[in-house]
Design a binder for this molecule. Sequence first.
Ligand code: HEM
Length: 136
Amino acid sequence: MQELLSAAKWTHQLFVGGLFILALLNIYFIKKEQMFHELAKQIEFLAPQYYLLLAAILFTGLLVWTVEEFVIKIDVLTMLGVWMIIFITSIIKYQKYKRVRIKDMEGQNSFKNFAKKKYILDIVLIFSAAILSYVL
Ligand code: HEM
């Protein structure tokens, strides 16, 4: 059981690291000067991977929590809250992306602004949740 716990914890942290890197990559692509249709290709490539990592983080997190018999701890509640915020803002971002039209420059800029802020928030939240869990 101890081996399962440490393997699940390790993979959980690996997926968290992956999500952090993907959030950074998203910001890089949004900031990079380029045509919107090029950015759209990168968004369509990265979005499924982001969701996959979120699912993997939830799965491994729940696995660890089950082994720990669902003990309520501040760090775990924070992680759950952070996960929910990232998940919900990802859905909102995708809805906004779907509404952007090819020649609508204003809509494209407003989407880019929203996406940039969303990924900066994700990075801050992931970093804070990770630090909190190491400190507590
Ligand atoms: C994006 C959000 C998340 C981040 C950044 C995150 C980060 C981390 C980190 C860095 C650890 C290792 C802590 C250590 O070894 O002391 C950890 C452990 C853990 N995570 Fe997450 N996690 C997230 C989401 C979740 C979710 C959704 C769950 C589901 C309940 C979860 C449950 C747990 C549990 C139970 C542990 C073990 C805590 C302990 O033993 O003190 N995490 N997490």
